[in-house]
Design a protein around this ligand. Structure first.
Ligand code: SF4
Ligand code: SF4
Length: 439
């Protein structure tokens, strides 16, 4: 365990190592299926200049470290127009050994520490989180308003459903669906109600690590006091934050699962039985935080053997996070078990999935960028031939639904939990009080 998310020494070493090869602008060559969907970076697709790519951001980080660029609105406008989707990092590590995502995050951390970042809209949601425990500035006491009176919650259960801010306030249909599925399976679960606080992901990803540590300690104190054994998350962002980021600052002793992993287990154990045909054609969007970024950064100690000035090998070999350990099979296995449902794939999937465009503070500070990225993904979903787009994250849900509206697409969006309800013979339209979204 370390007390920083990426060691300073590694940061300083790596920002000098970028080859300017631009590999980080594309999904790996062998994975490309068409020129139309070859790019991997939402920021590059919109703004085109190298500075917006993973490698360009590394050059900026180096220039900032050397004092060659001074803090300015222009600098912040580039640094924060990035969803931290991590696609550049997967592409880079296919060929090289750098960690563009860790560098981007550390650069933001430095800008905050130096008194410049994050963006004004992100500062506003940070203040809201500190005041009312959620970035939407909603009253804390309304956090559990989503909970219908007929759903059974067991205060003594050691299985906790951590709802998260977005499902609690903006995508209530996801919280209701998850809770109804667990009731249908007869699985006792608890929720924290007033004792649940923002996981801290929105502030962590914009560089405010000190505020993030406050949130993680508040949450872990509550969970440890209740002797929780397993926590499940329907939000990919909260899941990733607990699984990957919390342990960098404080270890814990419970199991962390996304609902798709948990529901797949319940299906295998026979506790959830699909009885109803759902005759639709769907395509599945892999959320970044459930896929490639949901891998822990592994510290490495060893020797670097220089072969040429910019080419070296690591002894022993350095562990590489290439996104392969993300949660990709569970949602597809669930979808493939739903009677009558046909799953067709987009071109960029799993660790090469294209970001929905909302993450790391982009939705609040740069809504134009979020919508343009979402529209790119919607077009790709349409090209798959599906008429339903499905995913497993409330933040993706909001932004993809916004993209569907803005592009005038005929696609319909569902969270995977809603399709599970349908397959269980429970009508989500009747069981879910649909709510307006938008964050
Ligand atoms: S970040 Fe990696 S892939 Fe991108 S230009 Fe630098 S070395 Fe090449
Ligand atoms: S993290 Fe995503 S948006 Fe940011 S530079 Fe890398 S690929 Fe582009």
């Amino acid at each position: 365990m370390t007390t920083e998310h990426f060691p300073e020494q590694e940061y300083r070493r790596m920002i000098k190592m970028c080859l300017r090869c631009s590999v980080c602008k594309w999904i790996p060559q062998v994975q490309i299926k068409s020129q139309k969907y070859a790019s991997c970076c939402p920021a590059m697709d919109i703004y085109d200049y190298h500075a917006y790519s993973g490698g360009g951001r590394i050059i900026l980080a180096l220039a900032y470290e050397m004092g060659r660029v001074k803090p300015s609105d222009d600098l912040l406008n580039i640094v924060y127009r990035c969803t931290e989707c991590g696609n550049c990092a997967i592409a880079c590590k296919y060929m090289n050994t750098l960690e563009p995502l860790e560098i981007i995050m550390k650069f933001r951390e430095k800008l905050v520490k130096d008194g410049y970042g994050p963006m004004p809209q992100q500062k506003a949601y940070t203040e809201a989180m500190k005041k009312v425990n959620n970035p939407y500035n909603e009253p804390h006491e309304k956090r559990v308003d989503w909970l219908p009176s007929d759903i059974k919650v067991d205060p003594d259960a050691k299985l906790l459903y951590y709802v998260g801010c977005t499902s609690s306030y903006r995508r209530k249909e996801m919280a209701i669906a998850a809770a109804r599925i667990m009731n249908a399976a007869g699985v006792p679960f608890n929720i924290l109600k007033d004792d649940e606080f923002c996981c801290g992901s929105p502030v962590y990803r914009t560089g405010d690590v000190e505020s993030f540590k406050v949130q993680l300690n508040k949450n872990l104190d509550v969970m440890e006091s209740k002797g929780i054994e397993t926590i499940i998350f329907s939000c990919a962002g909260c899941y990733d934050t607990f699984k990957v980021d919390y342990p960098l600052y404080r270890e814990y002793n419970f199991e962390v699962l996304h609902t798709v992993e948990f529901f797949e287990q319940l299906i295998e154990e026979g506790k959830l039985k699909f009885t109803t045909e759902v005759p639709i054609m769907v395509t599945y969007h892999d959320p970044c935080h459930l896929g490639r970024t949901a891998e822990r950064y592994e510290e490495w100690a060893g020797d670097e053997l220089k072969l040429m000035p910019l080419v070296s090998i690591n002894i022993p070999p350095k562990p590489k996070n290439i996104g392969a350990k993300g949660v990709y099979d569970a949602p597809r296995n669930i979808l493939n078990k739903i009677p009558g449902l046909k799953l067709v794939e987009m071109e960029r999937i799993m660790e090469y999935s294209y970001c929905c465009g909302a993450g790391a503070g982009v939705k609040s500070a740069f809504p134009d960028m979020a919508i343009r990225s979402s529209k790119n993904r919607i077009e790709e979903a349409e090209d798959s031939g599906a008429n339903i787009l499905v995913s497993a994250c409330p933040f993706c849900s909001t932004n993809l639904q916004d993209g569907i509206k803005e592009s005038g697409s005929k696609l319909k969006y569902y969270d995977i939990s809603e399709l599970i309800l349908m397959a269980l013979g429970l009508d989500p339209e009747k069981l879910i009080q649909a709510t307006a979204g938008g964050a």
